[in-house]
Design a protein. Structure first.
Length: 269
């Protein structure tokens, strides 16, 4: 399936689905999964294994569940003392357990390097090596379930899920490419230096030390540019997180205003 064929998920929908998949995989008994609304909200606001951190209330989570229910991505489980919820992602996305764990981790944390992804996914499904992860990611990328934000063959390649809207994906891709360049420059930092040293030694005997100095200066300028690009990428990601938090605060303010209106209280100036 092409990348554009997968439905766009909002940040709240990603968080809810990520939590449902995670808890389904890590729960030890039927008493803990499917999830109640309260336990799902707690999972969404969990401080570990989440990026960005969220402070959702049960009304927001319930509203998000309603949207996902209409799209068939979650289902309601009745019959007990309290209503529970489970995901239906195996029906819509993939039947493979490892692929599902990868998607859960990307939904919970967003873009990340292959190395980080492997270590984090392993708490849900074992992945023996980076090569094993890559052999799973490649067909997922072909189907658009995941998207490589930096070249797949590059060390430290960054990957995300395939449920971004096009504009958001373009922004994330641009930021990750800059981050990826900075990471590669950092990993390869010893190479230009050692090359410069070797060149200096050689130029001492060949009377070309001026040319070596120019190359060293150019390498330093390139490194400085890479560092600046990395800082810009970090600022972009922080801005994206702040925009998400601002949107949540606006919704909270609207809710408070409605409650004050229902109670006959004056609006807050």
């Amino acid at each position: 399936m092409a990348e554009s064929s997968w439905p766009v998920l909002t940040p709240l929908e990603r968080r809810v689905l990520g939590v449902l998949i995670e808890k389904q995989k890590t729960s030890k008994s039927a008493d803990t999964y499917p999830l109640t609304l309260n336990s799902l909200t707690t999972g969404c606001n969990q401080k570990s294994n989440r990026d960005p951190l969220m402070e959702l209330d049960e009304d927001e989570v319930e509203e998000t569940l309603g949207h996902l229910l209409k799209r068939g991505l979650v289902s309601r489980v009745s019959g007990g003392r309290v209503e529970r919820w489970k995901h239906e992602a195996y029906t819509h996305w993939t039947e493979d357990r490892v692929e599902m764990a990868i998607l859960a981790e990307l939904l919970l944390r967003g873009p990340q390097s292959e190395g980080d992804l492997r270590s984090r996914v392993s708490r849900m499904e074992e992945i023996e090596s980076l090569d094993a992860l890559r052999s799973t990611l490649r067909p997922m990328a072909d189907r658009g379930l995941v998207v490589y934000l930096t070249p797949a063959e590059r060390r430290g390649a960054i990957v995300t899920h395939g449920f971004h809207d096009p504009q958001e994906l373009a922004q994330v891709r641009a930021a990750s490419r800059v981050d990826g360049l900075a990471a590669v420059a950092s990993l390869a930092g010893a190479t230009p230096a050692s090359s410069a040293s070797a060149s200096s030694a050689s130029s001492a005997s060949s009377a070309s030390s001026a040319s070596s100095a120019e190359r060293g200066e150019l390498a330093a300028l390139r490194q400085e540019l890479t560092d600046l690009r990395g800082e810009v990428a970090e600022l972009r990601l922080q801005l994206h997180h702040l925009q998400t938090q601002l949107s949540q605060l606006v919704k909270l303010g609207e809710g408070v205003a409605d409650i004050r209106k229902q109670l006959g209280l004056e609006p807050i100036p």
